[in-house]
Write a protein that binds this ligand. Structure first.
Ligand SMILES: [Zn+2]
Length: 247
């Protein structure tokens, strides 16, 4: 575990919840009390399931100022609607909600990396932590995100509401991709540092995916076409996320 925090370089003296405690209070009681698991990647790169109740994981990698001030603000902005979105309940999400969701997903993904990807704590580069700390939102230039609707797990006793995938992207589209799923909401991020002659291909909108970042016009949640778990797992970054710049 890191001893100084990646955002400000301050002393990591504060425990941050990976998934927030307020989410645990909103979720059905039966669900939060059922035994759950979380998958971590060990320092040796092996996947291991550890027993853990929903939204109880913490990671000690933040200073108390970051935790109590701006990170807490990120939580407050999604608190009124995140749980409804996670349940797939119909609502309209405008640019303010897009920003709140994308920022929350980025912060949460960083905490997921710090708590669960012990062999690769730097999969998200430091520049992106600094960006979030300084500007309070992901980069509009190199980061794109979309929201997908994954049919709810159904069985609320199964702790499968917080899944996370992160991978590095190499070659001309150097960067990383992340899929964070909480309930019926999956958010897919890419952050790219592109070679000359390439540019980020922004996610479009269709019946299956909604452009979340950079923010755009209001959309109705959920999209009409759901995404299966298999589809989500098979989404490959490079084909979609970078393109040759037009001469
Ligand atoms: Zn700090």
């Amino acid at each position: 575990m890191p001893t100084t925090f990646v955002f400000c370089g301050g002393k990591a003296g504060s425990r941050e919840h990976v998934l927030p405690q307020w989410l645990r209070r909103q979720a059905p009681e039966k669900f939060v009390k059922a035994g759950g698991t979380r998958t971590i990647r060990t320092k040796q790169g092996e996947y291991r399931q550890i027993a853990e109740l929903f939204a109880t994981a913490t990671v000690k990698c933040v200073c108390s100022t970051c935790n109590n001030v701006w990170m807490s603000g990120v939580e407050q902005k999604v608190q009124p609607f995140l749980y409804h979105v996670m349940r797939g309940q119909p609502m309209t999400l405008g640019p303010d909600e897009h920003t709140a969701l994308a920022t929350w997903a980025m912060k949460t993904s960083m905490m997921m990396v710090q708590s669960s990807m012990l062999d690769d704590l730097t999969v998200i580069p430091r520049a992106d932590y600094l960006q979030l700390h300084r500007h309070g939102q992901p980069s509009m230039r190199r980061t794109t995100a979309r929201a997908l609707y994954v049919e709810p797990p159904g069985n609320e006793h199964q702790h499968e509401w917080g899944t996370f995938h992160a991978s590095r992207i190499g070659g001309k589209t150097n960067g990383y991709s992340i899929i964070l799923r909480t309930g019926a909401l999956a958010m897919q991020f890419t952050s790219l540092r592109l070679a000359a002659g390439y540019e980020t291909a922004r996610y479009g909108e269709n019946g299956q995916q909604l452009r979340l970042w950079p923010p755009t016009e209001a959309f109705s949640w959920p999209p009409p076409i759901p995404t299966s778990i298999d589809e989500l797992a098979s989404m490959h970054p490079a084909r979609v996320w970078a393109k040759k710049r037009k001469a």
